[in-house]
Design a protein around this ligand. Structure first.
Ligand code: SF4
Length: 279
């Protein structure tokens, strides 16, 4: 790390850099304002918000009607082709949420939901917003990180093990709340699949060491760019099929030329090449 101040790192900032340094530059350094929405994000937000509200009101009835009404309350039509498509997916999302919730013990109550936490690591300030924290993990003091996934791709335990986001969340829990946190879980709402990983202290530390190293590269790139370095050297574009989904492609001729722009509803989990879908 080359600057005196702590470099702020969130999971989304880190993954943007890893996907494409030019995208990182346009989103986080130049802060280009993007317009438009994606239907799969509208659906994901409605599902996340419905699950938050469900657990936020433990005294409310645990019924299918309530689960569906929460999805409806948070639904927006942004990104959908038309009202008919939006309505079909609202029904599908409501069914997914109820299928997920009806599989839980009715008496279950998480430790907390949508918790924003931070932690300091060498040269960096980690921060993250955790979908849900559960008790458990083999120790009454332990907390378990739960991250909801709503995309098409069903996560595996390898995804949980390799996720920088989950490692950041676990460290934020341990350092902010001073509670052990070794178990992390990805809950895929459309399929009901849960993928988990349990860290050894050394493996979690290795993940965070890697985050510190990557953050150092990000901070250095920003410093070099401010000092006048060539943009294509410090923040090179990385064209891939993901360019079709990129929110800042209007400012990136290399990426825009490499993949056609996707329709705003293309990320909905319909039959399509999974490898080219956003996570
Ligand atoms: S269009 Fe592609 S290459 Fe350009 S910034 Fe976006 S992801 Fe990167």
């Amino acid at each position: 790390m080359t600057t005196g101040r702590l470099y702020p790192i969130s999971p989304s900032k880190l993954s943007t850099w890893l996907d494409c340094p030019r995208r990182f530059f346009l989103q986080y350094v130049e802060r280009q304002r993007v317009s438009g929405s994606w239907a799969h994000l509208s659906m994901g937000n409605a599902i996340h918000n419905a699950l938050r509200d469900w657990f936020d009101e433990p005294a409310a009835p645990r019924t299918r009607e309530r689960a569906e009404s929460l999805v409806r309350a948070h639904w927006t039509q942004a990104g959908f082709r038309d009202a008919e498509q939006s309505g079909q997916w609202q029904s599908a999302a409501a069914a997914m949420v109820w299928a997920y919730l009806s599989g839980l013990d009715p008496a279950f109550a998480p430790h907390s939901v949508e918790r924003s936490l931070g932690a300091i690591a060498p040269g960096i300030a980690l921060n993250g917003r955790i979908d849900r924290l559960d008790g458990g993990g083999g120790d009454p003091e332990s907390l378990v990180v739960v991250d909801y996934k709503t995309g098409k791709r069903i996560p595996s335990s390898d995804d949980a093990r390799g996720s920088f986001a989950l490692a950041i969340y676990a460290v934020c829990v341990e350092r902010s709340l001073r509670r052990p946190c070794t178990r992390v879980e990805l809950h895929h709402i459309p399929s009901g699949v849960m993928a988990a990983h349990v860290y050894e202290p050394s493996t979690l530390q290795r993940q965070i060491d890697r985050v510190v190293q990557i953050a150092g590269e990000m901070a250095q790139a920003e410093e070099d760019q401010r000092a006048g370095a060539d943009l294509s050297e410090v923040f090179p574009p990385r064209p891939s099929p993901l360019c079709g989904w990129c929110d800042v492609r209007d400012w990136c001729p290399e990426g825009a030329a490499s993949a056609p722009k996707k329709d705003p509803w293309s990320g909905l989990p319909v039959a399509e090449d999974e490898a080219s879908l956003p996570a």
